[in-house]
Design a protein around this ligand. Structure first.
Ligand code: ACO
Length: 326
């Protein structure tokens, strides 16, 4: 029987400080009513003096404990992030040091909000090939450091947090059944952070022009996201020979409640079978799916052999899905 990969432990962490919509009303021209109606978000966590690797460490400790795995037993660490500690070295390397994961290779994946599922697909391939046995995959973001706190169209949307999973080699029927990855770079400027890279290296001009902050064409992105995700979830189930009624739980990327509801409606899934926590976290980008997964696992909302579908959409543009038999 060929190898399969299975998630054997989950963990998550969010910084202590909470910023509510009412707090934001005092910073920019917005309202709790607008943010709630348009996005579903009520509050988000904001890191104070913590970098991405610090968030990774806390989430990872919980995931390792849940899996009963020692850091020394990890073969590979993958961190999905676009707000890492620094451009170089990778946040995964910094996490490797903090965990004391002596035998682990380490690298980052950047696919914005789809990053965790891109990382999951890479991890699944590594394990199924037989090359490694145990992977720690973390999605972590400190988005608050890359937001223009004077731009109401973006600063109300994002939050900080991290979610981690331990993925191990198995031979049974349970585990990751399929992953699908897509991108369309023609729409790269729908969501971007244009400054600080080799195209626009840091300078007084990039600072003055606020190029080190997230820019987003929200409404255009919204329309593509709804259309794309509706097709993605239908195609993923079809490819795996599953009916929507056989799905125990949909775990979507948490960007906007209206997008999540549209996807659930396309599958005729009741919201009781959809993981939603964006009211408490905002959009934590690559951390959103592993945080939501950790919560449903710890709440006992998914059980052995359940089919669960994960899906995400974000900058790139990128989108991705994963079907798991728990
Ligand atoms: N408070 C009050 N008013 C606001 C705010 C705010 N915070 N932000 C925008 N507005 C105003 C706009 O200026 C606009 O006013 P106008 O009509 O006078 O011009 C009006 O509200 C409507 O703005 P829209 O952008 O059309 O609002 P929309 O309903 O599209 O909601 C939102 C905006 C929430 C950003 C939505 O478009 C969305 O969720 N987009 C998708 C985001 C997403 O999925 N991103 C992918 C992941 S992110 C990543 O990968 C990093």
């Amino acid at each position: 029987m060929p190898f399969r990969s299975r998630i054997t432990g989950t963990g998550s962490y969010a910084p202590e400080q909470v910023l509510t919509n009412f707090d934001l009303e005092k910073k920019v021209d917005t309202s709790d009513e607008w943010i709630t109606e348009r996005t579903g978000i009520k509050e988000r966590h904001i890191a104070k003096g913590e970098a991405a690797s610090d968030l990774c460490l806390e989430a990872s400790k919980k995931a390792l404990q849940a899996a009963g795995v020692d850091p020394g037993e990890i073969d590979l660490i993958i961190v999905a992030t676009m707000s890492g500690d620094m451009p170089m070295p990778s946040t995964a390397s910094l996490l490797q040091k903090k965990l004391g994961a002596k035998h682990a290779g380490a690298f980052d994946v950047n696919a914005a909000c789809s990053g965790f599922l891109y990382g999951l697909s890479v991890a699944d391939s590594f394990i199924r090939s037989g090359q490694v046995k145990r992977i720690l995959l973390v999605g972590a973001e400190v988005m608050s450091k890359f937001l223009d706190w004077e731009d109401r169209t973006t600063c109300v949307l994002f939050g900080d947090g991290a979610g981690a999973v331990v993925i191990e080699q198995t031979k049974g029927q349970r585990g990751i059944l399929s992953t699908r990855l897509y991108s369309d770079g023609t729409m790269w400027d729908y969501i971007c952070l244009p400054g600080g890279g080799s195209q626009n290296p840091p300078s007084s001009k990039t600072l003055k022009d606020k190029m080190h902050f997230v820019k987003m064409k929200g409404n255009e992105t919204f329309k593509v996201a709804v259309r794309t995700l509706e097709k993605l979830v239908v195609d993923t189930l079809k490819e795996n020979g599953l009916k929507p009624s056989e799905l125990a739980m949909l775990i979507p990327h948490q960007a906007n409640l209206r997008i999540i509801k549209a996807t659930a409606e396309r599958l005729h899934l009741p919201m009781s079978r959809v993981a939603v926590n964006l009211q408490r976290y905002g959009n934590t980008s690559s951390a959103s799916i592993p945080i939501a997964l950790d919560e449903v696992v710890r709440e006992g909302r998914i059980k052995k052999d359940d089919y669960i579908l994960l899906e995400a959409f974000g900058a790139g543009l990128t989108w991705a899905s994963a079907l798991i038999r728990w």
